[in-house]
Design a protein. Structure first.
Length: 88
């Protein structure tokens, strides 16, 4: 079994968004940040039309992943990731 999570990715500014990327570049950055935790992170995700946008990634994690520990992972300055565990 796996846990289904949503990563809501916010940026402090347009500059932060432009610097940290979007699309596959952002997905690869998120993979690097959470490397070694067994997460399945997609290349494609939904985004708002705001400036800067908020991105919503559907992420799958092994059952033994501690979501609270994921929330404590350091992310680059200018980015904030809210991690929501979806329950069925």
């Amino acid at each position: 079994m796996t846990k289904e999570l949503t990563f809501d990715i916010h940026f402090d500014s347009v500059y932060s968004h432009d610097t940290l990327g979007e699309g596959k570049q952002l997905a690869d950055r998120i993979r690097h940040i959470y490397e070694g935790r067994g997460l399945s992170i997609p290349d494609f995700y939904d985004s708002t039309l705001t400036t800067p946008p908020v991105h919503f990634m559907q992420v799958f994690a092994p059952d033994d992943v501690d979501v609270e520990e994921l929330r404590k992972v350091h992310v680059p300055a200018g980015m904030d990731i809210d991690i929501i565990e979806l329950t069925g």
